[in-house]
Design a protein around this ligand. Structure first.
Ligand SMILES: C[S@@+](CC[C@H](N)C(=O)[O-])C[C@H]1O[C@@H](n2cnc3c(N)ncnc32)[C@H](O)[C@@H]1O
Length: 387
């Protein structure tokens, strides 16, 4: 009995030793590919791979390789990965970050547009024995339907920052957080609060559905080739409770308010062209409500999806713009200004208002029959293209 116990324990020890040895080898493998500038000399080939590929990098695709292993480690640490996580990485490039992500998670799904990068990435990942846990999607991340994931960690191409962040936070997939390396100025805009000079419509729309936290600054010298701008890492965490607002209506409303973000709302809503536009959309919304009441015996309000009113709506809109009498326009303007005045918003600037205040204003305007969303442009993709 005692002998049997000893032999089981010896087997167990051997297994544990093998597991630890495999882990050490994998760690060594990752280290060899990212340690050329932290004092550990590696083979010439390993160091070159970590610095970037031999082929020419395209600035138009934001191809700047993050080479500092300490920064890569900090990003992974801040992302707070769990061993069971599926990680989405946008723009893995040659895989410096991917290898570290694979070490700390169950699976990585990497979306990379450049086939040359994909070849290098696959090879490096296979060299480390991680190939079974990597899925590569060789496509434009903005034009791809993303598979399910728990968390996003990425050094993204900066030129797609706005639409990508919107795609993530307004997408259908629920995820824990997105740890993103972004151009410093863009990160500041995302982090800005009401009253800050950088506060803008992007921050307003992102903060409606997510919290944004600053993680760290990254010097341009940590990339190869060295870009012109510095970078920052931010962590975006989708909110668990979302405000009950029609998103299409909200987006159209914030577009109107933030067209000139430092103008007072009174001045914005007195512009003749604006009033005309809002009158058109409000008239169409009223017509649509009327149809909905008759068809469904209930008011469903303005929907996010395209409706069969779209075709008719377009021509109606065209005729409206040429046929609205001056008097009707003026009384509609008075209605809007009346709401602004009654609620204390006439002299306020949108860039100083919190989302709760903006949500309240939209609710009272809608209640008064003032609508902003044009149903002919209601699809999610159109919203994404619009920010
Ligand atoms: C800033 S580099 C990051 C490379 C790597 N993650 C790193 O940290 O070294 C951005 C990567 O995104 C890729 N990329 C550019 N536009 C893309 C797009 N629309 N969809 C997916 N990948 C894209 C580029 O080819 C490049 O590999």
């Amino acid at each position: 009995m005692l002998r049997k116990c000893r032999s089981v324990r010896a087997d167990l020890n051997r297994l544990l030793w093998r597991r630890d040895r495999a882990r050490q080898l994998q760690a060594k493998c990752i280290h060899a590919r990212t340690s050329e500038d932290d004092g550990h000399r590696t083979s010439k080939k390993g160091a070159r791979e970590a610095r970037g590929p031999e082929f020419q990098l395209h600035k138009s695709k934001g191809q700047h390789i993050l080479t500092n292993p300490r920064v890569l480690d900090s990003i992974v640490r801040r992302a707070d990965l769990k061993p069971g996580d599926t990680v989405l990485e946008i723009g893995p490039g040659t895989g410096n970050l991917t290898l570290k992500l694979l070490e700390a998670s169950r699976k990585v799904v990497a979306v990379e547009i450049d086939g040359r990068m994909v070849d290098v990435l696959r090879k490096r990942v296979a060299d480390c024995g991680f190939e079974d846990r990597l899925t590569v999607i060789q496509k434009d991340a903005l034009k791809t339907q993303l598979p399910p994931f728990d968390i996003v960690v990425a050094n993204i191409p900066y030129q797609i920052s706005s639409p990508l962040v919107i795609k993530l936070v307004y997408g259908k997939i629920r995820f824990r957080s997105a740890t993103l390396l972004l151009q410093k100025e863009f990160a500041r805009r995302l982090l800005a609060n009401p009253g800050d000079s950088e506060y803008n419509r992007l921050a307003v729309n992102v903060k409606l559905v997510a919290d944004v936290e600053f993680a760290m600054d990254v010097s341009k010298r940590d990339f190869l080739p060295v870009p012109k701008v510095d970078s920052s890492v931010v962590i975006i965490r989708p909110k668990t409770e979302l405000p009950t607002v029609n998103l299409a209506e909200w987006w159209a409303f914030t577009r109107t308010c933030f067209g000139k973000k430092n103008k007072t709302l009174g001045a914005t809503f007195k512009q003749k062209r604006k009033v005309m536009e809002i009158l058109e959309t409000s008239t169409l919304a009223a017509l649509r409500k009327h149809v909905t009441i008759n068809d469904n015996d209930g008011i469903s309000g303005v929907s996010m999806e395209g409706s069969d009113m779209d075709e008719g709506g377009k021509s109606e809109e065209e005729s409206l713009s040429s046929s609205v009498p001056e008097g009707e326009m003026n009384s509609f303007k008075e209605k809007i200004v009346g709401v602004l005045r009654a609620e204390g918003f006439e002299d306020k600037r949108p860039s100083k208002l919190s989302n709760d205040e903006l949500l309240h204003l939209l609710a009272v305007l809608n209640h008064a029959g003032v609508y902003f969303h044009n149903q002919t442009n209601s699809r999610r993709d159109a919203l994404l293209a619009d920010i």
